[in-house]
Ligand binder design. Structure first.
Ligand code: T4K
Length: 411
């Protein structure tokens, strides 16, 4: 256990971990089910194109999420592109900038213009009032992101969308198995999209899905996903290859069967962090509402530099030197990244809450691969660095040889 500031690896101490700890290393559900599905797939020699494993997974997911249709895709980005096409969106769409770049790239790839909206300070989700103020005659849709799995204010957004005759989509990439007002995320708005990337709580290695209660939209997306062919094999128009492979679906079935265990493990790890980080002034673990139902997949801390005595980036550098590969998601916000940054240069203060949170938030290593024995030392390093913040600061300013590894923002 590290006791003094010179024990920190950033100042020459031995790193706390000999192997890197990652944010959200992939979960492994049932190895047995996975291998059995792969064996059957090999015997069948049926590897893709709506194979039996993908069909089984679509049915099981629709049931689990309580939604009429689940259309599997090769990733979450493709799922969002397919929805934009499926709804024939044109012109501008309103999106938050405090999200993974794919939320903006997917509609942009479809020729739409993202108009960035600020977020609510409490929830980190799109601010409905700010959203309504951005609507013009060019707007065709609003995309809410259930960031870290915390639900958007779906009721207010639905009311706004109705008032202005807009489509409403949700990027639910983080929100698998999360709930809102007694319903699982998946059936809100016109459609929701999920990412089943390897780093998500429920994953298919690579993959994603569109979920919707709209029969016609689901059918349209199925055709678009298969090059534009209809079920009779007749070409109807422009399409793309957005299908999920059978190997990915096998991983999905192996994980879905163990979903309760995966959720339990994530919650346990979150609670170990909660205990270990409690009572540190200025360091706040973001809270999940158990009454809504949550997956506890992202362990996110908000750092108030004035009270902590160190910036988010200084803490990030301390952790990374210990091989704790925390991330500064989603710094600096999509609006400040290429190709969108040139448009906001003259108007940099339009997203003040986004800019502030993007410089304060840190995502910690989590997921089922983490153990109590790993989480406790991480919390202890936070406590040591913050308790000794004056010493850390003065050592940082006097030691020009210190490398602030992995910080994307300016220290
Ligand atoms: N909307 C939102 C809100 C999203 O967060 C995402 C994806 C999407 C849409 C788009 O969905 P997809 O098209 O990706 O399905 C990662 C993921 O690639 C991305 O899926 C995810 N969000 C985003 C938040 O994180 P990176 O580049 O920041 O992290 P990456 O892929 O390096 O993985 C994180 C850590 O996990 C690594 O440090 C190492 C570890 N890792 C990763 C992989 C792939 C493993 O241990 N094993 C692995 O197999 O983007």
């Amino acid at each position: 256990m590290k006791k003094t500031v010179p024990d920190l690896a950033l100042f020459g101490g031995v790193p706390a971990f000999s192997q890197s700890l990652h944010v959200n290393r992939p979960n492994l559900g049932s190895r047995e089910v996975f291998l059995q599905c792969i064996g059957e797939m090999l015997d069948r020699r049926w590897f893709t194109n709506d194979g039996p494993l993908a069909v089984e997974l679509e049915t099981a997911l629709a049931e689990y999420l309580g939604v009429k249709h689940c259309v599997l895709t090769c990733n979450g980005t493709m799922a969002l592109q397919l929805v934009c096409r499926g709804l024939d969106l044109q012109g501008e769409i309103i999106v938050p900038a405090f999200t993974f770049i794919a939320t903006a790239h997917a509609p942009s790839w479809q020729g739409l213009k993202p108009v960035y909206c600020d977020i609510d300070r409490e929830t980190s989700n799109i601010d409905p009032e700010a959203c309504e103020a951005l609507i013009t005659e060019r707007t065709s849709a609003i995309i809410g992101v259930h960031l870290w799995g915390r639900p958007c204010d779906t009721e207010r957004l639905e009311a706004i969308a109705r008032r202005h005759s807009l489509h409403l989509l949700f990027d639910a990439a983080h929100a698998f198995a999360c709930g809102h007002r007694g319903r699982k995320i998946g059936g809100f708005g016109d459609a929701e999209i999920f990412s089943f990337h390897a780093t998500k709580l429920f994953h298919t290695m690579e993959g994603g899905a569109v979920t919707t209660n709209n029969d016609a939209l689901a059918e349209r997306i199925r055709r678009l996903r298969n090059f534009g062919f209809n079920p009779q094999g007749v070409m109807e128009g422009l399409g793309v290859n957005g299908k999920m492979s059978e190997a990915s679906a096998a991983m999905g079935l192996a994980n879905l069967g163990m979903i309760d265990r995966l959720l339990r493990e994530a919650k346990t790890n979150y609670q170990i962090y909660q205990d270990g980080l409690s009572g540190i002034p200025g360091l706040n673990l973001i809270i999940y509402d158990d009454a809504e139902g949550h997956n506890h997949h992202y362990v996110v801390v908000d750092i108030d530099e004035d009270r902590v005595g160190l910036s988010r980036d200084q803490l990030l550098a301390i952790l990374r030197a210990e091989n704790i590969l925390a991330r500064d998601y989603f710094y600096p916000g999509c609006h400040r990244m290429a190709p969108y940054d040139s448009a906001v240069q003259g108007d940099a203060s339009r997203l003040p809450v986004t800019d502030e949170l993007a410089s304060r938030v840190l995502v910690l290593p989590a997921g089922g691969a983490m153990s109590r024995e790993q989480i406790k030392p991480i919390c202890a390093i936070f406590r040591l660095a913050i308790a000794q913040s004056h010493t850390v600061r003065s050592m940082l300013s006097s030691n020009s040889g210190v490398v602030m590894d992995g910080c994307s923002s300016v220290i």
